[in-house]
Design a protein around this ligand. Structure first.
Ligand SMILES: [Zn+2]
Length: 60
């Protein structure tokens, strides 16, 4: 079995893990109501996507 020739130092380990953090999720503004939403999804607030009403939402 292949085995590492030497133990990874704490410094090397931390340098490697410096890139492991998750990025904040992308968000876009609804063109209709300006609410923040995930890209390529129907707006949670007004139920519209690309100018079309797709969900019945009260208040609109
Ligand atoms: Zn909206």
């Amino acid at each position: 079995m292949a085995v590492p020739q030497r133990r990874t130092s704490p410094s090397r380990k931390r340098m490697r893990r410096a890139h492991d953090a998750l990025k904040e999720t992308q968000k876009i503004r609804c063109s209709r109501c300006n609410a923040w939403n995930l890209p390529h999804t129907i707006c949670e607030n007004c139920g519209h996507y690309r100018g079309k009403a797709l969900l019945p939402v009260e208040g609109f």
